[in-house]
Design a protein. Structure first.
Length: 218
């Protein structure tokens, strides 16, 4: 396979975490803080929490849902919040709006839920992204494979999931390059169909390597 005009540039991604001024001890306080917090905070407790707990294929990787379950013991609400699939969202504002809607719908039947005290507080944090080019660009699928094999989990998460917010597409950096630069539409579709919720980041990477090896052997 010949080198392409636009090689794939892997990125080394890391995140600096800081605690915000929002601390909540009731569902009502959680709702108000969620409405007022930064997009970076919404990102940290949803997209970024999925990367932090990537090794879990069961339970809630959404921090908000986990707190509602563990600190408020509201299983139904926790399940509703966790059911919001972040792969559907191309803007953090839309995700925030749906989280607020779920809380509002739950508390509408019994407003007293908003003032129920939690077992422990929730501390809103936010994530500051730092990203730099990693290694030489990959001009062929084979060289891309070599780079992917050595890629850290945070960088894989950056290209595979966080890219949706950057691209404003229900896709990822890998699939876009496969389709637009290599003309490999099937590989692009297979990559985009890898489920990040039923796979860890490592098993998702393993599946992608399998698809690439099959393409290279064709």
């Amino acid at each position: 396979m010949n080198p392409v005009e636009h090689p794939f540039q892997f990125v080394a991604a890391s995140y600096l975490t800081r605690i915000t001024n929002y601390t909540t001890t009731t569902l009502g306080e959680m709702r108000d803080a969620l409405e007022a917090c930064s997009d970076a905070s919404v990102f940290y407790h949803t997209f970024q929490s999925l990367e932090r707990y990537h090794f879990l294929t069961e339970g809630f990787s959404n921090d908000f849902a986990q707190w509602v379950l563990a600190a408020l013991n509201r299983v139904e609400l926790a399940e509703r919040m966790a059911a919001l699939d972040i792969r559907r969202y191309l803007a953090l504002g839309d995700l925030r709006a749906d989280l607020l809607r779920v809380i509002d719908e739950f508390s509408r039947s019994d407003p007293r839920e908003l003032s129920r005290s939690a077992f422990e507080p929730f501390y809103f944090c936010e994530s500051v992204e730092v990203s730099l080019p990693l290694g030489d660009p990959a001009p062929t699928l084979l060289e891309f494979r070599h780079g992917l094999e050595k890629l850290g989990s945070a960088s894989f998460h950056f290209h595979f999931l966080v890219s949706r917010l950057r691209l404003h597409l229900r896709s990822n950096d890998f699939s876009q390059w496969f389709a637009n630069e290599l003309g490999l539409e099937t590989l692009a579709q297979q990559t985009n169909q890898i489920d990040i919720y039923t796979n860890t980041l490592e098993s998702a990477r393993a599946k992608l390597l399998y698809f690439i090896d099959r393409e290279l052997a064709a």
